[in-house]
Design a protein around this ligand. Sequence first.
Ligand SMILES: Cc1ncc(COP(=O)(O)O)c(C=O)c1O
Length: 406
Amino acid sequence: MRKRPASTIDPSKIQTAAFVIEEELLRHNLGVLKYVMDKTGVKMYQALKTWATWPLFPITREYLDGTEVSSLNEARLGYDEFNHEVHMYAPAYKDEEFADILKYCSTIIFNSFEQWKKFKPLVEQFVKDTGMKRECGLRINPEYLGKEESGGLWTPCAPGSRLGIRISEFKATLKENPKALDGISGFHFHIFWDKTFDELQDAVEVVEKNFGDYFAQVQWINFGGGQKISDDDYDVEGLVKLVNSFQKKHDVIVHMEPGAAIVKNAGALVASVLDVVYRDDVDYKIAILDMSFNAHTPDFLLSGELDMPVTGAKIIHDEKELKNYKNVYQLAGGTCVTGDKLGHFHSFAKPLKAGDKVIMEDGIQYNLVQCTMFNGVQHPSIVLWKGGKSEMIREFTYEDYRSRMG
Ligand SMILES: Cc1ncc(COP(=O)(O)O)c(C=O)c1O
């Protein structure tokens, strides 16, 4: 497997604030995914909820089969800008959107037997009227929490989760109506966030144990996303082996919907220091940046526990330890919201001053898609870093802000 190239972003060539995607690193990640595809025949779909910068779809399309979407807007973007292999899953579908969903999506995955029963006649009618192929699937909930997780925000199988059909309900429905799976081509599960291969292996075992009896009735099983396949320490060969043996054993094709694995560590959020504020009641200084954590990195704040890696800086969590480090800063956003700051600290080699650039590594996944213009703060531009040069993909203006406000 090719080694991950080092980042080459030169912040002096970036007009901030900007989400900077590095083509070489993006292609590295995609190359790892393609290797798995070539060795197994697994189908891979780009999860648009993680990153949907469509002007770069011509790159991701070189490697992947299509898109995985969760809303009508994502479906349309996938259809218009990627290709017509659009796989949709949503916890529930809206009556008034379903005709368009049928138009844009080649595969529709339902979250419950009730939803499947409700929309099945519309799927059948669409296929009859157009002669086009549409596949339907069901999301199953294997009730597997992962090795360390006990449930919570990012655990789709936590007790009480609304996502996927649990085995008790699955069996009860089939007992009542043995034909409930007629017209279903596959099952889908998504149980992870940023997980290692070991956990996928364990999860697949649980899925096989609970739902394996029904695999003979379908053609594909979708393993979802959440696997850090492109990380340097991911057991890629283990994944190849697992997928190959699973496909052979059950006579199905495995689908995967990587999101983070495509763009993880393949880009940064680059910002400039606008001012440095000194306070005599704390052991750190505050660097105010030309971006906002609230508006531009909501995932970091929502998760609470996520670290923000910054090039050339060491992360410190414990405020009591700050005295032992030099040049310690709290990075803060430029909005006037008190909480627009990181909960951990960064120690830099040199003191920060206005105009210095800060590279927040791995800044793309789940940030760019969730960005807002809250407080009227400027939306970071989107830049491609290629061959030592920056190429502007999109700049945002006052009109973008205005058009969202009314
Ligand atoms: C159904 C589904 N598929 C795929 C993904 C992508 O996951 P990741 O970006 O962790 O690979 C998600 C993320 O939440 C998801 O909910």
